[in-house]
Design a protein around this ligand. Structure first.
Ligand code: GRF
Length: 217
């Protein structure tokens, strides 16, 4: 029997991070198996890609539910039906209730396109440029009830150039996202993490840690 962690990826849109996780998971020694791609938006382009790959997919359209709790209850059922052990949010644009987050505590991860704790929330690249930062990047973290909070697993940094627009910066950060998210999921699925009160520590023997905080500068 496979010892790979049964992992669901939740998306709302394009799904390029989902693709990077799916592609990584095809490596024989990758410790996570993508058993489900689910979207809260029926029109999400990523869901079509996942279907074409022969992956199990589900749409749980939040607009069809009277409350956040009702939506999450259905989502939980779908996750249970697929025996999901780990959840990776990849551009999933729904805030989750504290109860749902708690249920998946330390088993749900997210990628955010900034070097947290800077620039939580939306429009990160616009705000990074407005602030004049010289280094931007992305963060993979465990999900907690507060938006874009939670123990940091991995970060990657990229330079910000004077000529950058939000779009050129987003594209550079996205490339880093596609490197760092598969590395972080690998680590989490392999159990290479210890939890402190606020922080995680990466076990020495986990290997490949250079990808987890890789400066691309
Ligand atoms: C990424 O920048 C991710 O960091 C953020 O939303 C974007 C999703 O892009 N949470 P994609 O759908 O993975 O292409």
């Amino acid at each position: 029997m496979s010892t790979k962690k049964r992992t669901a990826i939740l998306i709302s849109g394009r799904g390029s991070n989902m693709k990077s996780l799916v592609e990584a998971s095809r490596t024989a020694d990758y410790p996570a198996e993508i058993v489900l791609v689910a979207s809260n938006r029926p029109e999400a382009p990523g869901i079509g890609w996942a279907e074409k790959q022969g992956l199990r997919t589900a749409v749980v359209d939040h607009k069809q539910f009277p409350s956040r709790e009702a939506f999450e209850s259905r989502l939980q059922t779908v996750l249970d039906e697929h025996g999901v052990e780990l959840v990776a949010l990849a551009g999933f644009m729904r805030l989750m209730t504290p109860a749902f987050v708690e249920r998946w505590r330390d088993r749900m991860i997210n990628i955010h396109p900034s070097l947290l704790p800077s620039f939580k929330g939306l429009h990160t690249h616009e705000r990074a440029l407005a602030a004049g930062v010289k280094i931007a990047g992305c963060t993979v973290h465990f999900v907690r009830a507060e938006m874009d909070e939670g123990p940091i697993i991995a970060q990657a940094a990229v330079p910000v150039f004077p000529t950058d627009s939000p779009d050129t910066l987003a594209a550079r950060v996205l490339e880093a996202e596609h490197r760092v998210y598969p590395a972080a999921l690998r680590l989490v699925a392999a159990g290479g993490i210890q939890f402190g009160v606020q922080k995680v520590t990466i076990n020495q023997h986990s290997g490949g840690t250079d990808t987890l905080f890789s400066p691309a500068i």
